[in-house]
Design a protein around this ligand. Sequence first.
Ligand code: G6P
Length: 473
Amino acid sequence: MASLILASNRLPIQLLKDGTIKRTTGGLSSALEGAGIGEQYTWVGWGGPCPSAGRSEEDLKTSLRSLGVEPILLSEDEIAGYYDGYANSTLWPLLHYMQERSRFDARWMPFYQQVNEKFATAISEIADEGAQVWIHDYHLMLLPQLLRKKRPDLKIGFFLHTPFPSSEIFRALPERDALLNGLLGCDLIGFHTYSYLRHFISSLIRILGVEADIDGLWHQNRHIQLGVYPIGHNRDGFQKAATTNTFLQQHSAHAKHLGSGKMILSVERLDYTKGVPEKLQAIRTFLESHPEMRGLVHFVLVAVPSRRGVEEYEALTERVQCEVGAINGTFGDVGHSPVQFLHRSFPVEELAALYALADVCMVTPIVDGMNLVAKEFIDCKYPSHRARPGVLILSEFAGAAHEMSHAILVNPHDTAGVAQAIHTALDMDEPQMWKRIHAMQRRLELNDAGAWAKRFLADLSSATSLSHCPQHA
Ligand code: G6P
C-alpha cells in the first residue's frame, strides 16, 4: 500500500532484451530524482515497448515492484491505439498547435480509455486511505475522474508537461468533453505557464460551460484548484555529474578536438515539435553568409531517437539525416564537417561536458511545454566545472522563455533571424556572456526540480477537500 503515488505513462525504467532492468533519465524522472522526495512513493506506469525476455507476467511484476514501481502491462493493440495512436498521433500534435498533423481515428479512443482504466484499477488497489496521487501528462487525462469514481477519498493532482493550446485548437478534438471532464476529477491541476492555464480556463467555459478563475473552480460540489508550476531541471544530478571522471575525460577530449574552434550545441528528442529542420535551415543560411566561419564552427546536434512506432518520426529522421548530409557536402572540407549529427542518447556526465564546453546552445523548438535543455546548459556554466562562457539561443515558443529573458530569444520560423542570432552569440564578449549566465543561474537556483515537486505536492496536500461550495451552502 502507498500514501504517495506517481502515475505517468512511462516508468523511469527500461526492460532490456536480456531481461535486466535499467533506470532511464527522462525529463520527469530526473525532475523527481532531484525532488528528493525519498523512496516513500510508488510509481505506476508502463515499462515501454520492450519484450519481457521470456519472463512470466508475474515474475516481471515482482521484480519491478522491488524497484518501487507498479507496472501497467500493455498489449500490442493497446500500444498501437493508446500510445502510438491517441496519445502520440492525436493529442501530442494538437497540444503543440500542429492541428494539420493531428490524426482523428475513432478506433484509438477506446484503447486510450481502456489503458486509463487500467491505471485507475492499479492505483485504487494500492492506494492507502486518503493517499495523494500525482498524475502526469497527456496520456492520462481521463484518469483523474476514473480514479475519483473508484476512490473518492484520494487527493488527486494532475500536471500537464505539454502546452495547453488555445481553446480554438483544443475544441477541434472530437473527444474534448471527455478529456476535460476527466481532468475535473482532480483536486489540483497544474501547468507550466499562465498562458497554458488561461487557455485551459477558456476551454472549460467554451466547451463545457464551466466557469473558473486562475485559482480554481467549483464543480459538482467539489473545489478544484488550478496553478502554475514551471518545472525546473535536476540541478543536483548535473552538479554531481560535473565531478565525475567521465565528465573530466569527455571534457578534455572535446576541448582538445575543438582547439580554437567554436561549438554550437543542440540537444533534443528527435521530434517535429523541436524544429530541427528549421534549425538546419538557419545553420545553412549562417554558413552561406559567413564563409569565414565554415572551418571554425562545429554544430553538434544530439538528437535522441523517439517514438519509432509513429510514422511521422521515421519521416523526420530521414529528412534530418538528408539535410545534414547536404549541408556537410556543401560546406565541409577534408577533415571537417560543420554538422555532427549524433542520433543517440547520452549519459548525463557526457551531456554535462558538452554543455560546459559549448559556446552556444540552440534551443529552438517550434512549440515546447517547458524545455529543460535550456536550463541544464546554463546551469553547467560554472568556472568550477571548467566551463567556457556560452550563449543561449532560445525559441520564444518554449515555456522556458518565460523565465529566461537573458537568452537571445528567437522566432524559430525566422530563418534569417536565427542565423543572425548565431552570429550575435559568437560575437558576444565574455563579460556580457557571464552577466547573462549569472542572471539566469540565480533564477534557476530558486526553482530546480526539487522545488517544483515540493511546491506541487504541498499544494496538493493542502487542497481543500470541502465537499460543497460555501456560496451555495
Ligand atoms: C515529452 C512528454 C513526456 C514523455 C517524453 C518522452 O516530454 O511530455 O510525457 O515521456 O516526451 O516521450 P516518450 O513517448 O518516449 O515517453
